[in-house]
Design a protein around this ligand. Sequence first.
Ligand code: PEP
Ligand code: MN
Length: 351
Amino acid sequence: MLVIMQAHATEEQVGAVCRKIEELGFRAHPMPGPTRTAIGITGNTVPVDPAALEGLAGVAECIAVSKPYKLVARELKEDNTVVDLGDGVRVGGTELAIIAGPCAVESREQAFAIAAKVKAAGATLFRGGAYKPRSSPYSFQGLGEEGLKILAEVRAEFGLKIVTEAVDSESLELVEHYADVIQIGARNMQNFSLLKRAGRAAKPVLLKRGLSATLDEFLMAAEYILAEGNYNVILCERGIRTFADHTRNTLDLSVIPAVKRLSHLPIIVDPSHGTGRREKVIPLSRAAVAVGADGLLVEVHHQPEQALSDGYQSLLPDQFQQLMEEISQIGAVLRRSVARAAGTPQSLRAV
Ligand code: PEP
Ligand code: MN
């Protein structure tokens, strides 16, 4: 159930309703908005009796939720969630969030070389896996904590926010410590214990859509994270399995307006895993921005033929620069801007 507060309800009144919800043995999730605050209720196994709350001061109405998710729903929060990563980097606002970098962190030299290029092209977030979920146990599994330390150095040197994947609760602990955004990969979208752990993390979560997840399943996975109290979730469409064999996955761009209708959470698109082929990444990036995505996650490698994973879908730095120029123009049609290209790296700055 959702409790909708009156537009002029005071903080004390919101607090009193939350206390009442907790007294009833449930959890209250107040979501302030520009016009009014709504309070989501979780922890109930049977419908909550609205009579206990309707009479409280400041309450406008109690609404039963028909969907299996509530905290991610637009009904709870009309305005879009903007995930604020600090230093002016936001996901879900008017600026498109561009996350770029290699599939995996392979070495300090590799990460720094790519970070310099993507920063110069205007990316504000850097990606790179330190824990890689690979189909084969014999493929490169990532550098682990050493990779996370390299990513932290990239942040210090280039001022880029760091997005990297956690594959289990042990790696999540470390990713939470080193990164700015915790990525939960497609294969773990329904790893419910990992989702709950991410929900207790102090950092925002980038949740990728599972390989065969419906929209409801995707939103319920996000609900797991919010239900634990972490409201900073960014969704990511990365392609789903279909019968099509001209593409690694089928990038489902129709999910973007569908998510926008049902949820207040931001959603970005990963055209790299979505297509699996370099030549398809720029066209699908253009389309993703046109359809209303809040940003992109793009794999970039300066030596893709030597990459330890996903080289064939990684853009070369010049192609990434081209992508940024093209989406800036498409974004402008939709009144969405792309971050301005780079300043000088830390080490080159005069002290
Ligand atoms: C990745 O982003 O590196 C990755 C492994 O993606 P996905 O979970 O979408 O396959
Ligand atoms: Mn990859």
